[in-house]
Design a protein around this ligand. Structure first.
Ligand code: MSP
Length: 521
């Protein structure tokens, strides 16, 4: 693999970012950071989806223009991502000129090729979903199953995209490429949806939706959300129907497109068909993650349990987002739903980051100072074969998990490795060795633990970049986070700044957190 291109869904901006949005961006950032450890040319795109009736209506309700609403909320997504350490390469907004112009060219090309045609459309439209619904998808009461609202009956002249033309090609692609849809337990769901597809309406009359990109050569119609939104993955790279940019040629097709399970159909089917119609390659993998619930309930404005990721950082008074990043992406196995609760959060990060990984380093460094004044002589340095074997096995499993985007599973093997090293400390009891005067063995044990901690810092980097860097600093080694540095032996046995030893992740104090919670309520 000589390049890596990763995208996320682009978020609607009719509200502020919540931890569901954050979950996806953190997941993507963890995958991305891991690949930057392995590959030179990596590119990470995220952004905001700003057109459509919902934005129009929210803006009307607040008495501001749609653009003003988008500017305000898009900025709030950007600043949240900064606080969460999401290091994207580009942030696309569907109101960007570069995007709008290319979307019009795409639309035009699809019309010219006969993939888009005009027809009467009569259907049930849900403004919450920004989509026409099939009668069979409604609840028994005739409501939209997602928004529990009655869809509107709409008849209008629309442009249609010939989705059905690509049905067979998409089915074949899915069957020939087992890595196209991950997790693989989602494949059958998509194949079933494919059996039922119809051509889709891709424009709306300007009288019903005005906030959108104009259909080229037709003032009456605006391009309806999905063609507009999905195209961001290529418009951001500088795709052009005539003259695609170098960046596009370098990065497309995407290696992985990270999205939520609710929009898998739009990506695996609609997006694939658009790409086929444009004569472009399909992404290598579409990775559908599960949803995050709050205290086991669906997040919703009406329940009032929508949580901002930044409020969690404030609530626990965290210096950076490492703990939240770690907790969020380990909250569910690959593709399954996860849950956020304050109590679980505190317990999980205290157990894994403070007690297991952090304490291992901290007590060993303190012993290094106590017994060796911070420096193990080179003659005491010998590699323990069991620890080396555990590291090698961990790295193989970890890499395989990341090859399949199994972020939560990869984190578990880091914790397993730290457990193994903690066990090694307990079994060898360096404090007893020191007391008995067996300094050779004592030095050997401390050295092996600290070298293993350096390797753990490399594995932990995608999840907790700040903790990872703090580990390197306390070990007085350069910050070598390249994946290939795991095989090296870069801890010298000596630390230069004995006074800087402190827990890399201080425990979140339970009483403190409980008190703060009381204050909040
Ligand atoms: N704008 C569309 C996506 C267009 S992509 C070309 C959209 N926006 S969204 O704001 O509703 O959702 C953005 C992403 O956040 C989606 O992938 C969605 O699945 C994800 N999530 C929204 N709520 C979520 C949770 N509660 N949990 C996890 N992810 C969730 O859909």
């Amino acid at each position: 693999m000589d390049k890596f291109y990763l995208t996320t869904a682009i978020d609607y901006v009719n509200g502020k970012p919540h931890i569901g949005h954050a979950y996806e961006k953190i997941l993507a950032d963890v995958i991305f950071r891991h690949y930057t450890q392995r590959i030179e040319n990596c590119y990470f795109l995220t952004g905001t989806d700003e057109h459509g009736i919902k934005i129009q209506k929210t803006a009307e309700g607040r008495n501001i223009t749609a653009k003003e609403l988008c500017d305000e909320n898009s900025q709030s997504f950007k600043s949240s991502w900064k606080e969460l350490g999401i290091e994207y390469s580009d942030f696309i907004r569907t109101t960007d000129e570069r995007h709008k112009q290319t979307v019009q060219k795409i639309f035009k090309k699809l019309v010219e090729n006969g993939d888009i045609y005009k027809n009467q459309y009569k259907g049930l439209y849900c403004s919450g979903c920004e989509s026409f619904l099939n009668a069979r998808d409604l609840t028994e009461e005739g409501l939209c199953p997602n928004h529990l609202k009655k869809p509107e009956e709409v008849t209008e002249e629309n442009y249609f995209f010939r989705l059905t033309k690509y049905k067979d090609a998409i089915i074949e692609h899915i069957k020939l490429n087992p890595e196209f849809i991950l997790p693989s337990f989602k494949v059958n769901e998509v194949l079933k949806q494919l059996e039922e597809i119809e051509d889709i309406s891709v424009s709306r009359n300007r009288n019903s939706v005005s906030w959108g990109i104009a259909v080229p050569d037709d003032n009456e119609q605006v391009i309806y959300v999905w063609i507009d939104a999905l195209s961001n993955y290529i418009t951001a790279l500088g795709y052009d129907t005539e003259n695609p940019s170098e960046k596009f040629m370098k990065y497309w097709p995407a290696n992985v497109q990270v999205i939520g399970k609710d929009i898998l159909k739009f990506h695996a089917i609609y997006w694939s068909a658009i790409l086929l119609a444009l004569g472009l390659e399909l992404p290598k993998t579409i990775c559908a993650h599960g949803w995050i619930t709050i205290d086991n309930s669906k997040m919703s404005k009406s329940i009032g349990n929508v949580i901002s990721p930044i409020d969690i950082l404030k609530f626990f008074d965290l210096e950076n987002a490492d703990a939240l990043r770690y907790y969020m992406v380990t909250s569910a196995p690959f593709g399954r739903d996860g849950n956020y609760s304050d109590v679980d959060f505190k317990e999980k990060v205290n157990a894994d980051l403070a007690n297991n990984i952090g304490n291992l380093l901290n007590r060993t460094l303190n012993m290094l100072v106590k017994y060796f004044d911070g420096e193990i002589k080179s003659e005491f340095i010998k590699n323990d074969t069991d620890i080396e074997k555990a590291v090698t096995e961990t790295v193989v499993k970890y890499k395989k998990f990341f090859d399949e985007y199994q972020v939560s599973e990869a984190a578990n093997v880091i914790v397993d490795l730290a457990n193994t090293v903690n066990k090694y400390v307990a079994e060898n009891a360096p404090w007893t060795l020191a007391k008995e005067g067996n300094m050779t063995k004592c030095g050997e044990v401390l050295y092996n633990v600290l070298e293993a901690s350096r390797k753990i810092a490399i594995l932990l980097y995608p999840y907790c970049p700040n903790i990872s860097k703090a580990i390197f600093q306390q070990l007085s080694t350069d910050i070598n986070i390249k994946f290939s540095d795991i095989d090296k032996k870069l801890f010298s046995g000596k630390i230069t700044d004995k006074n800087k030893i402190k827990p890399v992740f201080p425990r979140i104090d339970s009483e403190f957190a409980t008190d703060k919670k009381k204050e909040k309520n």
